[in-house]
Design a protein around this ligand. Structure first.
Ligand SMILES: Nc1ncnc2c1ncn2[C@@H]1O[C@H](COP(=O)(O)OP(=O)(O)OP(=O)(O)O)[C@@H](O)[C@H]1O
Length: 344
């Protein structure tokens, strides 16, 4: 069942549409992550759903009810922002209890519920600790407990792990996902970090200039970016113009095989680095010079400079990785080639 629906929502500041005719549905129990570069309108979209930002056009429906006349505190949505805004003068329990009081819980039931929520976020018994004595990650958990306290029907997260270091973010994102699926929480989150979005979401929505550039499961978006913009936003650099016909593409790197059924004509073509194969010396293939080589833990990332066309990103295994300055020959794996359906 659909819990949240946006119908043609626009927000204009002056003559600029920061959110431009956005349609979006979030099903009950679904985790949707809105992803996009800075300024693409993600936070504004969240603020619209929360009721903090009036729309210039369109409708917001929660559980089929139009929210136009519903104030923030009556929407039943929980909010957790980037800077987690804990009250520094209250202890941990006081911060979480604040979330409960938003819903009008009584003192007795509130103490038990605060402890339950702290256990839920992995901070059992931390109720009396001062907020200032907590690490960044622990503060994030307290903010989450506070946001979950009133059992919101929709939880909204704005860059929930933005301030934390990468290792901690990677761990917390896994915890969040399992917590939300255990609780059956419906989540609309916003992040500019694609790794975070892909790890957390059932569905990702990529925004560009106030519009939805692509929506789909993480796997769909990763495997089949809809445009050069999405491909580059995901960190893929091997994107070139191409003329596709008869199972192959003419590109600045020469002829590249494309998967069966790929769209034909003048297109943009993406080759994932893992699809750039190093061939044995003396074989056919595009001749390149190794311009750089970076150790990435599980593989080596190479930048290859061909005789013509832009540099190519490639990946190879640790064993037998060529050295900077070596000449190599490469060929392309069709299953790692994507003919992008939309323009730039
Ligand atoms: N009240 C406002 N008045 C004028 N412009 C605004 C207002 N609020 C936001 N904007 C502009 O709208 C655009 C989108 O802002 P928004 O915060 O939604 O983007 P975002 O995708 O969340 O970016 P970030 O990742 O940097 O937070 C920005 O260019 C911003 O400057």
């Amino acid at each position: 069942m659909t819990l949240l629906r946006l119908d043609g929502v626009s927000v204009r500041f002056g003559d600029r549409a920061v959110v431009d005719a956005v349609d979006l549905e979030v099903a009950e129990h679904e985790i949707v992550c809105v992803l996009g570069p800075s300024g693409s309108g993600k936070s504004t979209l969240l603020r619209v759903v929360a009721g903090l930002q009036p729309v210039s056009a369109g409708r917001v429906l929660l559980g089929d009810a139009d929210q136009a006349a519903v104030p923030v505190h009556r929407r039943g949505v929980g909010l957790m922002f980037q800077d987690h805004q804990l009250f520094p003068h209250r202890d941990v329990g006081g911060n979480v209890a604040f979330g409960l009081r938003m819903r009008g819980a009584s003192g007795g039931s509130s103490a038990a519920r605060v402890e339950e929520l702290l256990e839920l976020v992995g901070l059992p018994g931390a109720g009396r600790r001062a907020v200032a004595s907590l690490s960044g990650g622990e503060q994030q958990r307290v903010a989450l407990a506070r946001a979950l306290a009133p059992s919101p029907r929709l939880l909204m997260l704005d860059e929930p792990l933005g301030q934390l270091d990468r290792g901690l973010r990677e761990r917390l994102v896994v915890e969040l996902r399992s917590l939300f699926s255990r609780l059956g929480t419906t989540v609309l989150a916003v992040t500019h970090d694609q790794g975070e979005a892909f790890a957390l979401a059932d569905r990702v929505v990529v925004m560009r200039d106030g519009r939805i550039a692509q929506a789909g499961t993480p796997l769909e978006v990763w495997q089949r970016p809809a445009s050069e913009f999405v491909a580059r936003f995901l960190g893929f650099e091997n994107v070139v113009p191409a003329t596709v016909s008869g199972g192959a593409a003419a590109t600045p790197w020469g002829k590249v095989p494309v998967p069966a059924g790929a769209p034909e004509g003048e297109r943009r073509l993406l080759i994932r680095p893992v699809g750039v194969r190093l061939e044995a010396a003396g074989t056919d293939g595009l001749s390149c010079e190794v311009a750089s080589r970076t150790f990435r833990g599980t593989h080596v990332a190479l930048l290859l400079r061909p005789g013509a066309g832009p540099v190519l990103e490639a990946e190879c295994s640790l064993a037998g990785a060529p050295a900077v300055g070596d000449r190599v020959r490469v060929s392309f794996t069709p299953s790692e080639v994507v003919v992008l359906p939309d323009g730039p």
